[in-house]
Design a protein around this ligand. Sequence first.
Ligand SMILES: [Zn+2]
Length: 341
Amino acid sequence: MKALRFHEWGGPLRLEDVADPTPAPGEVLVEVRACGVGRTVLNCISGNLGSEPDKLPRIPGHELVGTIRACGSGVDSGREGELVAAYFYLTCGECRACYAGMQSCCENFAGYLGVDRDGGYAELVTLPAQSALPLPEGLDPVTATVVPDAVATPVHVAGVANIRAGDRVVVVGAAGGVGAHMAQVAALHGATVLGLDVDRRKLDFLADELGVDVADSSDFSSVRLPVAWSGADVVVDFLGSAKSLRWSLDALGVGGRLVVLTTFKDVDVAVSPRQLVTRHQTIAGSRYCGKAEFMRAADLVARGDVRAVIGAQVGLDGITALHDRLAAGEVMGRGALALDG
Ligand SMILES: [Zn+2]
């Protein structure tokens, strides 16, 4: 099969002929039809999510969508032909967290698809059967690439932040792959959404195409909430910089909830416990999603309740150029690798 592999963490991708994988017991063989391309895959390749030398060479790509073509022993062969998308985290399915539907906090976490085992930048991939989650029939594979992370993560965040009708929600990094879908999921919950980003073209898209109020956050010291807002009920920060976190904490109103997802080892922010108490505020961390939320995301996309924002689509030979555009912040929403035809 054709596959894109890297041979050192942080090294370049090479388009190579690789032996077809065969499914081990408990696994399925998936013909990849499309794969989401976002900043997280750049993080995976760079070694930020794990960089063990014995995991090389590696095929990245964790947001894959495809069709099950074969089942290993112990897997119901009736699944052949099923359209599936991959759950990003490698989990056990049998611990307290998994049973509770919090698979992203699995007590026996075994790493990430595309880092600790091969992902979807290839014509074929094997997955643990429990990582290949069924998609609604007839869903377009490229459209479906937003399900595994770009929509599933916001569905989880909406639960973490308890977003309710009438809430005033700020999305920091609203034109990014997850942000553009977070804005839509918040609106689905009945929230009024303010989207922050830095590029005029992206802000215009959010305002004109998604109906989101926008503000330019090139300089956080000049970003103001709408006049009618006394404060934000929810801020979802996808940037994770010291400046974005400071602004986010200060923007919270009474009862406000800040959700953090993007973090960096060297970034901290001062928090006033006294303010948290007197203003009844919450800071919550959010880690990926549970599998039930993943399924809910698939339904939202299949029904058209959430629109897939895919700003660029390429074949295997166009991935490196797309990665460069992503790193430069030039892609609206998500990118996608399409293998059909
Ligand atoms: Zn588990």
